[in-house]
Design a protein around this ligand. Structure first.
Ligand code: SF4
Ligand code: SF4
Ligand code: SF4
Length: 177
């Protein structure tokens, strides 16, 4: 099993519902977030395109945040999901420094926090909170090892990219372009 997410940059309108849903679902403290929206202007005049992306932890297969964690708090579980075990985290911040995607933050309670792919929902057969609220249905989540999953089916038919491929992390968030 290999969980992944595909996000359609052609359908995202930047409403931020995914950010609010995540904060609510995961009790993210006010002023912090596990996901965020990026607006990128690409191309040159007169062919300028605006790309809007919802970003979060990429649940990298080759995760520097896991390698550098001195206590084993950052670890990989079923489906390749990268998690932080709060009570093992000493808040040293090495993982924050190592992440090419700036996907982690220091929680005011003294540990480092980030996207969990909403594993608590996924284990109950639900989509992650951000995926379930998106008004344009631009996010697809599922098992890459299952050819019938939403994410496998959309990646089989669309062009996509990953962020910072040069970092060699093998990220598992795919952007449909
Ligand atoms: Fe984009 Fe969907 Fe997030 Fe809105 S909820 S910002 S459309 S990904
Ligand atoms: Fe770790 Fe950052 Fe990759 Fe997430 S995106 S697995 S925090 S290196
Ligand atoms: Fe937040 Fe869950 Fe979406 Fe990750 S998968 S950004 S934890 S709502």
């Amino acid at each position: 099993m290999r969980y992944a997410m595909a996000i359609d940059t052609k359908k995202c309108v930047g409403c931020g519902d995914c950010v609010v849903a995540c904060q609510t679902e995961n009790n993210v403290p006010i002023g912090y977030c596990r996901d965020w929206v990026v607006e990128n202007v690409a191309g040159t005049y007169p062919r300028i395109e605006l790309e809007i992306r919802s970003e979060r932890c990429n649940h990298c297969e080759n995760a520097p945040c896991v390698r550098c964690c001195p206590t084993g708090a950052s670890h990989i579980v079923e489906g390749g999901v990268v998690l932080v075990e709060n009570n093992k985290c000493i808040g040293c911040g090495a993982c924050i420094e190592s992440c090419p995607y700036d996907a982690r933050y220091s929680h005011p309670d003294g540990y480092v926090d980030k996207c969990t792919f909403c594993l608590h929902r996924v284990q109950k057969g639900q989509d992650p909170a951000c995926v379930s609220v998106c008004p344009t249905n631009c996010m697809y989540f599922g098992d890459m090892d299952n050819p019938n999953s939403d994410v496998s089916k959309v990646l089989a038919t669309r062009k996509f990219k990953v962020l910072a491929p040069e970092a060699g992390t093998n990220p598992q968030i795919y952007y449909l372009i």
